[in-house]
Design a protein around this ligand. Structure first.
Ligand code: ADP
Ligand code: MG
Length: 349
């Protein structure tokens, strides 16, 4: 099992500190905090008078969301939702979880179930986050596949409750919770009057405003094929979320085959859509997070169609045969660096 999120994080930070070293002349030093939450390294960086308090509160908020949304902690509310699956009881949930479940449902519908947070039993069976990942048997997959269905997730928004229809069903928010957490930290920063900040949850990046010198933030896009975690390009952004789903982030190998952590609910296997990475640029990172996973499973043609049907959403798709496709809105904001010169670049119209 490999996790390159940590490496990705350092790449992103590297790109963002470059300007500080040389040319800014701006003496403002950011407040930085780092932690390990939601299964990944989290970094927040904020400029401004109240940056320290804002960063402390931001980190606390991430931990709070982790505790609510993990499916592992017995006292977490998503764990309780899962434990009650099939018994008919409505489980009380926080506004946070209700909002995340509702958004998850929206993207399940938009992607015809390619993004489906009822994927829990499948994630568990593959052991994606354990020391002992495994290929489930066909019988096991047959049994589990019947449990994966977002339509069985009922949400009562008014009462702030939810339930899962069938025994054994499980919600897994691994494809969306980090996105929500990123947005919530930005909300806190804004409340403290912060105008320039950067939040990174294991490669799930959200930026507030511009850098203090007035230039856009630079986010490195990882080369999915590079063993060293090098970048194939740089995005210039302000007030945006940038989230990547890639087959190189978490995986195990058996018999020379790579089994990664983004699962196709239709097959029960790691998605084989021909994509090796999808980066979504959107206004909010909850949308970018869900969409990056959805588009990865949908593949280039359908993923692109979905992205282009949504207002304010742009994307970079990288295929297994090294084609880089970007949507028109990124034309002036993305620079392909590709030091190895092995990728072919396409701008969509
Ligand atoms: P990461 O969490 O590594 O940034 P993603 O955002 O793409 O990557 O989310 C992948 C995680 O989402 C998996 O680890 C699993 O918990 C969950 N997941 C896997 N496949 C799906 C799917 N088809 N729909 C929704 N969630 C998924
Ligand atoms: Mg995601």
């Amino acid at each position: 099992m490999k996790n390159k999120s940590i490496f990705l994080m350092f790449m992103v930070i590297f790109f963002n500190f470059g300007w500080l070293a040389g040319c800014s002349g701006n003496s403002e030093i950011p407040v930085e905090k780092q932690g390990f939450y939601m299964g990944t390294v989290v970094t927040v960086k904020a400029y401004g008078q109240k940056a320290q308090r804002a960063a402390d509160e931001g980190m606390k908020r991430i931990k709070d969301l982790q505790d609510k949304m993990t499916s592992h902690a017995p006292d977490g509310e998503i764990h309780q939702l899962n434990a009650s699956a099939g018994n008919g009881a409505w489980v009380p949930l926080s506004s946070d979880s209700i909002y995340v479940l509702k958004t998850a449902l929206k993207y399940a519908q938009l992607s015809q179930g390619s993004f489906d947070v009822t994927i829990g039993p499948l994630v568990q069976s593959w052991g994606s986050f354990t020391q002992n990942p495994q290929i489930p048997s066909p019988t096991e997959l047959d049994r589990i596949n019947k449990l994966i269905n977002y339509r069985d997730m009922e949400i009562n928004e008014k009462e702030k409750t939810a339930r899962l229809k069938k025994t054994g069903q499980m919600v897994d928010l691994g494809g969306i919770a980090k996105g929500y957490a990123g947005d919530e930290v930005i909300k806190i920063f804004k409340a403290y009057g912060i105008e320039s900040a950067f939040v990174n949850l294991g490669g799930n990046v959200v930026v507030l405003g511009e850098k203090p010198d007035g230039s856009p933030w630079n986010v490195g896009i990882q080369n999915p094929g590079a063993q060293d975690g090098g970048c194939i390009g740089v995005l210039e952004i302000k007030d945006k979320a940038v989230v990547t789903s890639g087959d190189y982030e978490r995986y195990f190998e058996e018999g020379g085959v790579r089994y990664h952590h983004i699962l196709d609910p239709q097959t029960g296997y790691p998605s084989k859509s021909g994509l090796i990475s999808v980066t979504i640029v959107a206004e909010t990172s909850i949308d970018a997070d869900a969409l990056s996973t959805a588009a990865f499973v949908l593949g280039l043609a359908e993923g692109l169609e979905l992205v282009q049907s949504l207002e304010g959403v742009e994307a970079i798709f990288i295929t297994g045969d090294r084609q880089v496709h970007i949507t028109p809105g990124l034309k002036d904001r993305f620079t392909l660096t590709d030091p190895g010169g092995i990728f072919q670049y396409h701008e969509k119209t």
